[in-house]
Structure formats: structure tokens, C-alpha cells
Design a protein around this ligand. Structure first.
Ligand code: MSP
Length: 621
């Protein structure tokens, strides 16, 4: 049985964000770890392109829905490329191969009476495209998004979901790993304590035209969720390529965020049951990336662009951060301070430092070649034993989906190797010309680095390729668990290649991406050239000067803290830059109607002025 892993299909009505990046990197990492065991993996991602929201956004942009989707899909694909995602298939719900499966499933369910026509009477949230009963509403509003709902009474088509409630409860009970983590499993079981209604799977075309037409009624399109969920089997060629389909289904892991738990853990298994298919083996619901205490989302305006982050900090470093920082199932906090702290401590200080000091020593003291080890002493054997133990632990933790802990294990080995270099002191061995011992220590250090970087390779594939090359491993071998457990794969005599630091220390960002100002905000600041007409010291202070300035026909008075660097006399006649639309402030009893610009560095201060003569009042932009 192949290992089939999926991400949700992302809505293309908004740009990709860190939540999307996380799920997709996670799927990529799990698929790569799986391949380390020699098995086949099939990784599917894609985009969800139907529904009201999409049609509305496209309309606002003056584009047809499909044209708009075509543009947005590229942004997702581009991000996956930047993040080093190796998916095997990318499905769009507007593709023919998907639509034909959806139609075939709908036709079959309708024919077998699993879908029936009925009257819908209740409340409807237009932007969410969801039906609600009176008791679902919160203060008369949509319980999901809090927006207004409208009263609806119209004929629609329903899927007999309620008939499967008992089966689902039993199934979940008998399969503890069906929904992970257990807290989410309990949430679903809690939800299933209330009676489950039938699912309205149609939307009249009179209200919404952008969707897959029902094969048995051309006046309706399919509800976007019913359509989108089927991607997981349409992409495998369900009904049209049975051989391929049965090779890959049921999925090993279906990754989702906790907000789409009901659709995946209730609707989806019931849909599968109704068409005679097994549920996926495991649905994994991860938590949210938060900024402060809030979920990161487009509507909250606190989105961080993952592509910017990958470009700024490096693809592997960003992947590392995502997987290390989030405990699967729990929420995690994102700020650039946390990110930089993590990268500096783990990657620059620990891993990068280990690689650079080892290669420097091999380069300088062993003619740039992997040394031949001599007899192993106890301390060498201990490190070797630890590497073996860590490889086993990592494989076990990955199997339990504890990726953050698996990474922690790998760094236990990295840190132990750094300590080993401290305690064996190769610099002393070199000085004392203890050549054989030096060779053994350097070889042992390099092997430990090889094992650590190999274990980390699904998370940081480019880094592994670099470290391998630097350690003189030329052979193109796919990373595998066996090689992590074997000691001595580095061949003495191979040429090492020193390079630039893999992870230079990053200065904490002065300005976080989420704090950047927009062009519009910048344009609000009215910067002008002014000429100083008069200047005197504010009595009783060393620093403050009162300046009278000409702003192009308008005279103003400002108070500036530059008296410790400039005398009043040298300022008269000077051209400076001022913020002309600053709210007046009273400083030491004198009104200041603006502010001059100066550059500072420590104690130094210089005024900013034009590089040539220009009339006062000229705009600075
Ligand atoms: N189109 C549906 C899924 C259909 S699957 C058949 C959808 N799309 S989405 O683009 O809105 O969300 C996709 C995924 O991103 C969801 O798993 C959601 O939980 C996840 N995230 C959205 N915001 C998130 C965070 N702030 N943090 C982590 N993931 C979050 O829902």
C-alpha cells in the first residue's frame, strides 16, 4: 500500500499565508520521511475554486471566475516552488478530471436515493454559503463568521447524512487513530452527540452560478464543500482509473486545520461510506498560527507573507522554523522575533557552528580530506552510540507525528557533537602532533554531522545536500534510515569543500514585516524644505533651540533638540527638512509647529538638508 498524503485544497480567493505554508510543508516533510523507509509516497495538494466567495472576489477584480483562479493558482504554485515542496499532483476543482468524478458520484447517489429533493426552510449565510437552523444562530447571526443571515425557503437537494450518524460514531470509537490529536477526536464525538441533519448539497443557479452543475437538475450547482472534498479521490482517478485508485486509497494522512474538522471528520467519511469506500486512515487536525492571541487571517489583516519570509531567511530555515515551532495539534505563535531567535540559537549557533568549525579543522589540519580514524576511545564510542540511538528515536517520533520532538532529538546530537569537540580539544591534539588521535576525533565529528543532517533532511533538504557535498560525499543516494544508523559512511581521503557559513547570524529585525507601512501611510507625511530664518537657545536648556523657519512664504516656529551639536548662529540660513503636517506640541512653554529631520548614530547628530539649493517649501518625496 502506497503512502498517500493530502493537504486541504486552498481557497484561491486570497493570497497564500503562513497557515497554508505550514500544512503544505508538513505534508512535504512527512512524505519525505516516509520515503526514507524506502516506501512509495504520493503527495497531493491543490486549489478549491468554486463557490460564492470566489465568484464575488473575481467580480470585484473585473475578471471571470476562471481567469481570476488561473492567476491565483500561480501564486500558490510559486510559493510551493520557493518552499521546496515536492508534490506529486496538484488538483484544481475546475479541472475536467475532477468535475466528471463529482458528477458521476452525484448521479450515483441520486439514483440510489442517497440524495433526495426537499424543501429547505431556514437561515442562510451568504458569504459562508452555509445553511443554519434557528437554534444554530448566535444573537441572530451566523455562528461561524458572525455576519447577518437571510431567511430562505426554497427547493434543494439533500444528502442523507443523518442515516450514517450511528455508523460514524461506532467507526470513530473503534479506530482511535482515525482523528488525531485525541482532543479533536473528542470534539467530533461531542458534535455527534447531537442529532446530525441531512446535508443540503445544492445551490440554485439563480443565486449562484459558479459551481459544478448537478447532473440530475441543470438549475442547480453543487455545494462547494461536497464538490471540493471529492478531490481527494478524483485526483487518483476514482471510477476512471481503478487500478491507480485502489493502489493509493485509503489515504494514510489527510492534513487539515482545526477549523475544517467537521467537514473532514463528519461529512467526508460519510460521503465515502455512502459511495462504498473506506475512510482515510488518519485525519490530522493541526492548530493555528497566531500573531499575539489572534488567528492569522486575511480578514484580520495580520497576515505575514510566507514567500517574503522564505526569501528573507532562506527556504530551509523557514521550513525548519515551521516544523520545530508548532507542536502538531496545538496553536503556535508567530513573530519575527521568535523566528530569528530560533534560527540564531539552533541553526547559527549549533548546527552552522558545528559544520564550520569541523570543516575548518579538516581543511587546515588534514589537507582538506576526510581523515582515516584510528582506534576509538570511550568518548568516540559514546558519540557514535548516541548517533545510533538518536536515529532510532527520530524514526519512532516521526511515526508518532511528534516532529518538534524529533527535531529536538537531532539537535541533542548536534549539541553533543559540539561538546565532544570541546572535550576532545582537537586544537590541542594538533599542537601536540597527536595525529592518529586527531584523525579519529575529526572523523567522529564529521560522521555525527553527517547523521544529524541526514536525519534533518526531510525538513531541510537543501542543507543536507550542501553538507553532504561539503563532506565530500559525491554519490547520489536518496536519504534513508539505514544510512542514519550506519556508522562510517564517510570515505577517508574524500575531499571536503569549505564554504560560506550555512546559517549566518541574523540581526533581530528592526521592523517586522507585519509592521511595515503602506505607500498610502507614507504619503500622509508632508515633508518640506525649510530655510532657517532665526535661531536662539531656549532659556534653561542646553539642547533645545527655537527656530523660525521659512516654509515658502509661510513662517513657522519649531523647537528642535539639536542645541548640543549646532550653535544658533551656524543654523541661520541653512536649508533643512521638516515634517510640515505634524500636530503642534508645546515644549518648555513654546509652541513647536513641526519637526526637523536629523540623522543620529549614538552620540552623533547631523541635520538633513537638500543636496543643492531649492526654494523653501519644496516637497520632499
Ligand atoms: N477550501 C477549504 C478546504 C477544502 S478541502 C477539501 C479551505 N481552504 S482555506 O484556504 O481557507 O484553508 C485551508 C487550510 O488553511 C485549512 O486547513 C485551515 O485550517 C488552514 N488555515 C487557515 N488559517 C490558518 C492559520 N492561521 N494557521 C494555520 N492554519 C490555518 O478551508
Amino acid at each position: 500500500m502506497a503512502f498517500y498524503i493530502t493537504t486541504p485544497l486552498y481557497y484561491v480567493n486570497a493570497e497564500p499565508h503562513i497557515g497554508h505554508a505550514y500544512t503544505t510543508v508538513l505534508a512535504d516533510v512527512l512524505a519525505r520521511y516516509h520515503k526514507m523507509g524506502g516506501g512509495e509516497a504520493f503527495f497531493l495538494t491543490g486549489t478549491d475554486e468554486h463557490g460564492q466567495k470566489l465568484a464575488d472576489t473575481a467580480k470585484k477584480k473585473g475578471l471571470s471566475p476562471l481567469k481570476f483562479c488561473d492567476q491565483m493558482v500561480e501564486k500558490f504554485k510559486e510559493l510551493w516552488e520557493v518552499l521546496g515542496i515536492e508534490y506529486d499532483d496538484f488538483i484544481r476543482t475546475t479541472e475536467e478530471r475532477h468535475e466528471k468524478v463529482v458528477k458521476a458520484v452525484l448521479a450515483d447517489l441520486y439514483q440510489r436515493g442517497e440524495i433526495y429533493r426537499g424543501e429547505y426552510d431556514g437561515w442562510y449565510c451568504v458569504p459562508d454559503e452555509r445553511f443554519w437552523t434557528e437554534k444554530d444562530l448566535v444573537d441572530g447571526r451566523c455562528p461561524d463568521c458572525g455576519r447577518e443571515v437571510i431567511k430562505l425557503s426554497e427547493p434543494n437537494y439533500f444528502f442523507r447524512m443523518s442515516a450514517y450518524q450511528e455508523w460514524l460514531v461506532e467507526y470513530i470509537g473503534a479506530h482511535p487513530d482515525f482523528i488525531l490529536p485525541p482532543s479533536r477526536r473528542n470534539e467530533v464525538l461531542g458534535f455527534l452527540k447531537k442529532p446530525l441533519g441531512d446535508l443540503c448539497i445544492s445551490r440554485p443557479k439563480s443565486r449562484l452560478g459558479w459551481g459544478i452543475e448537478l447532473p440530475f437538475d441543470p438549475d442547480y450547482v453543487c455545494y462547494v464543500w461536497f464538490d471540493a472534498l471529492l478531490n481527494y479521490i478524483s485526483a487518483l482517478g476514482y471510477l476512471f482509473d481503478q487500478e491507480r485508485f485502489t493502489h493509493l486509497w485509503p489515504a494514510r494522512y489527510q492534513l487539515i486545520g482545526k477549523d475544517i474538522l467537521t467537514t473532514h471528520a463528519v461529512y467526508w467519511p460519510i460521503m465515502l461510506k455512502a459511495i462504498g469506500l473506506d475512510p482515510p486512515q488518519t485525519i490530522i487536525a493541526h492548530g493555528w498560527w497566531l500573531t499575539g492571541e489572534e488567528k492569522m487571517s486575511k480578514s484580520l489583516g495580520n497576515v505575514v507573507n510566507p514567500e517574503d519570509l522564505a526569501n528573507l531567511y532562506g527556504t530551509d530555515s523557514f521550513r525548519y522554523f515551521l516544523i520545530r515551532e508548532m507542536t502538531l495539534g496545538q496553536d503556535a505563535n508567530f513573530t519575527q522575533e521568535i523566528l530569528v531567535g530560533r534560527l540564531n540559537s539552533d541553526l547559527a549557533n549549533d548546527l552552522g557552528n558545528l559544520e564550520s568549525r569541523l570543516l575548518k579543522m579538516v581543511d587546515g589540519w588534514w589537507e582538506g580530506e576526510i581523515p582515516e580514524p584510528g582506534d576509538y576511545l570511550e568518548e568516540d564510542g559514546e558519540l557514535k552510540g548516541l548517533a545510533f540511538q538518536v536515529a532510532g528515536r527520530v524514526e519512532e517520533l516521526v511515526g508518532k507525528l511528534k516532529l518538534d520532538e524529533a527535531i529536538e532529538e537531532i539537535f541533542r546530537l548536534v549539541r553533543a557533537t559540539n561538546r565532544y569537540l570541546e572535550s576532545t580539544s582537537p586544537w590541542r591534539l594538533y599542537k601536540e602532533a597527536k595525529r592518529e588521535r586527531l584523525g579519529t576525533v575529526l572523523y567522529t565529528g564529521c560522521e555525527a554531522l553527517r547523521v544529524a543532517s541526514l536525519l534533518l533532511s526531510p525538513v531541510m533538504p537543501q542543507t543536507y545536500a550542501q553538507i553532504k557535498e561539503r563532506l565530500g560525499m559525491e554519490e547520489e543516494v536518496a536519504p534513508c534510515w539505514d544510512d542514519a544508523r550506519r556508522w562510517g559512511l564517510l570515505v577517508p581521503g574524500s575531499k571536503v569543500r569549505r564554504g560560506k557559513p550555512l546559517f549566518p547570524r541574523i540581526k533581530p529585525p528592526k521592523q517586522r514585516v507585519e509592521e511595515l507601512i503602506s505607500w498610502g501611510e507614507f504619503k500622509k507625511i508632508d515633508l518640506r524644505i525649510a530655510q532657517v530664518v532665526e535661531a536662539d537657545r531656549v532659556v534653561g536648556t542646553d539642547k533645545l533651540l527655537r527656530l523660525k523657519i521659512d516654509l515658502g512664504g509661510e513662517l513657522r516656529q519649531i523647537v528642535a533638540g539639536v542645541g548640543h551639536r549646532y550653535s544658533p548662529k551656524e543654523l541661520v540660513g541653512k536649508q533643512i527638512v521638516v515634517v510640515a503636517n505634524l500636530q503642534p506640541a508645546t515644549i518648555k512653554g513654546i509652541e513647536s509647529q513641526g519637526m526637523l529631520l536629523a540623522a543620529t548614530s549614538g552620540e552623533d547628530l547631523v541635520l538633513i538638508g537638500p543636496d543643492g539649493s531649492i526654494p523653501p517649501g519644496a516637497k520632499v518625496e
